[in-house]
Write a protein that binds this ligand. Structure first.
Ligand code: DAH
Length: 350
């Protein structure tokens, strides 16, 4: 039971709480329940009373405190709820409004080629690997059977960095990284950026390659040819595209083969005519490379290949100047680019 004094105090407090806004409610809380608030002071005064009086007064003051505390919480909940309702109404979005037309971007032809290669080799069970642009000498050269004194180093105009590293001259170092990090069987492709100190209409200091590597027991040159023929046929959309392996030399393969496709030099038609066009290098992985990467060459064999992505992209789409790939000319990109809404898939051919 509350004394008359307390009852008056409670009625007044409840009246004010019931109509307070957020700020006023906080002020009320402080003036009633804060450190020197009126209810707090009443509670403190209990300390100076003798036990009998304290017992009588205590119950009433605590009841007062509980009722005020509850009233403040209830009012706060009401105010929060109202604020939320106002906000929801203000932030309402009309989902029936038609979208504003936005200019649609285009996928760069090199990116498209990477997507297509990934789709074709993905269907053959290949995984995609990646490596850093900055490589150490061992991964880029020595492990690939190109020792420092070897003239093959001069085949590539290398960008050397001050710490002894290089900008990778080919995607082949990712062969090394992969063989060192996982046991055979290995089936990977490595699309990526490569760098050489070369610059003219057909050479760019930064260009793209796609490496391929298969390491399994019993792999032969026949597998290499079949795999590349299937890939090139699918990529160029020419069934039974003529593919020729022509003996060559790479330090990291034995035997080594250039990969040529049939075409018509005059018309540019891929698969037609009687001319041959080189589009990449390949071969059976050299036993020294396998051994350098901790793989037993008496047990495992494999093939590898490297294809220039600008080259095959230019051929496929009739692009005749390599430099246009990197000029970031939006008009060119609109013409040669691909819709981001229809990614490369094998459903209807690439
Ligand atoms: N790495 C070579 C280059 O950049 C291309 C190449 C040739 C890669 C033969 C291979 C290969 O994996 O077997 O010129």
């Amino acid at each position: 039971m509350l004394s008359d004094d307390l009852k008056t105090l409670l009625d007044q407090a409840l009246g004010e709480i019931g109509t307070a806004d957020t700020e006023a409610l906080e002020a009320l809380r402080v003036s009633l329940l804060g450190k020197s608030g009126s209810v707090t002071m009443l509670l403190k005064s209990l300390g100076g009373m003798d036990p009998e009086a304290r017992k009588a007064a205590g119950a009433g003051i605590n009841l007062l405190k509980t009722q005020i505390t509850d009233a403040i919480s209830a009012r706060r909940a009401t105010l929060d709820e109202a604020a939320l309702t106002t906000r929801l109404a203000a932030e309402r979005i009309d989902v029936t409004q038609p979208p504003r037309p936005e200019p649609l971007g285009a996928i760069h032809p090199i990116s498209r080629t990477v997507e297509e290669i990934a789709a074709i080799f993905g269907a053959m069970g290949f995984a995609i690997k990646d490596g850093p642009d900055i490589e150490n000498d061992w991964n880029n050269f020595s492990a690939l059977n190109i020792p420092s004194h070897h003239p093959a180093r001069a085949m590539m105009d290398t960008f050397y960095l001050t710490g002894g590293e290089v900008l990778r001259t080919h995607t082949s170092p990712v062969q090394v990284r992969t063989m060192l990090s996982e046991p055979p069987p290995i089936r990977i492709i490595v699309p990526g950026r490569t760098f050489r100190a070369d610059h003219d209409a057909t050479h760019s200091p930064m260009f793209h390659q796609c490496e391929g590597l298969v390491i399994e027991e019993g792999i032969t040159l026949g597998h290499l040819k079949g795999c590349l023929s299937d890939f090139l046929s699918a990529f160029f959309g020419v069934p039974n595209l003529p593919v020729r392996l022509r003996t060559s030399y790479f330090p990291f393969t034995e035997p080594s083969m250039e990969v040529d496709i049939g075409w018509n030099k005059k018309t540019g038609e891929i698969g037609g005519g009687t001319d041959w066009l080189e589009i990449g290098g390949s071969g059976m992985v050299h036993p020294n490379v396998l051994a350098n990467c901790g793989i037993d060459p008496r047990r495992y064999q494999g093939f590898a290949f490297g294809v220039g992505l600008e080259r095959i992209t230019m051929l496929k789409h009739g692009i005749n100047d390599l430099r246009l790939f990197y000029e970031s000319d939006v008009r060119w990109l609109r013409h040669y680019g691909f819709s981001p809404l229809s990614p490369a898939t094998l459903h209807e051919g690439i």
